[in-house]
Write a protein that binds this ligand. Sequence first.
Ligand code: 13P
Length: 251
Amino acid sequence: MRKKIVAGNWKMNKNLAETGELIAAMKRNFENALEADIIIAPTFTNLYYAFEECKDLKVKVAAQNMHQEEQGAYTGEVSADMLKSIGVETVILGHSERRAHFGETDALLAKKVNTALAHHMTVIFCFGEELKDRKNKEHFSLVKHQLKNGLFHIKDEDWDNVILAYEPVWAIGTGETASPEQAQEMHAFIRKTISEAYSTKISDNVSILYGGSVKPNNAKEIFAKPDVDGGLIGGASLDAKSFVTIANAIS
Ligand code: 13P
């Protein structure tokens, strides 16, 4: 079912003590009944702690990555089963930083998606163009390509466990956000692409988040667009007040 969602991707920030402080500050700030589902994605070492701390809140905890294999000789990696065993049922896959710094390809991401879905996890699937793609007017075809190659092999019923996050790379951590019109234009295109590959029932039901320099002062305008169902927040999710203000910008 299509939902309003605000998710915080903490990236490689916050040690254990800082994670505790941020969650405590979030708890103090979550006074109002929120319209949106809230997800936070701390780093692996703090996931179990975060899960325990957030149990009594309307906040889900997600991992930022996951390995595609079930288990075995993959030093340094974390499996779906390990995440599920500590209560983590949601995983971010395909973030542009994973694609750029860790060589994650569409083909690899397709495997990770399969593993997560086989474990009945929810996937937050990230994708988005670089500045050069937009300058060359190739942003629509690039996004379509990423969706087709990383995700469009899944079955109709799998879409219930997928959240999309459109994150134009040029807007991530740069302070330069896509305009609400640019976000809406791309989100409508994404929905159309899904309806062509699957059905309008599926494209109408999927939540599509926008990510890239969402801040308390621009969230309301972006979230007001009809095809934007919320946000995946980086920098501003590391400050409780900013994150809660952004979460409250959903109406
Ligand atoms: P910023 O909000 O810091 O631009 O990061 C967005 C992001 O990458 C979320 O996954």
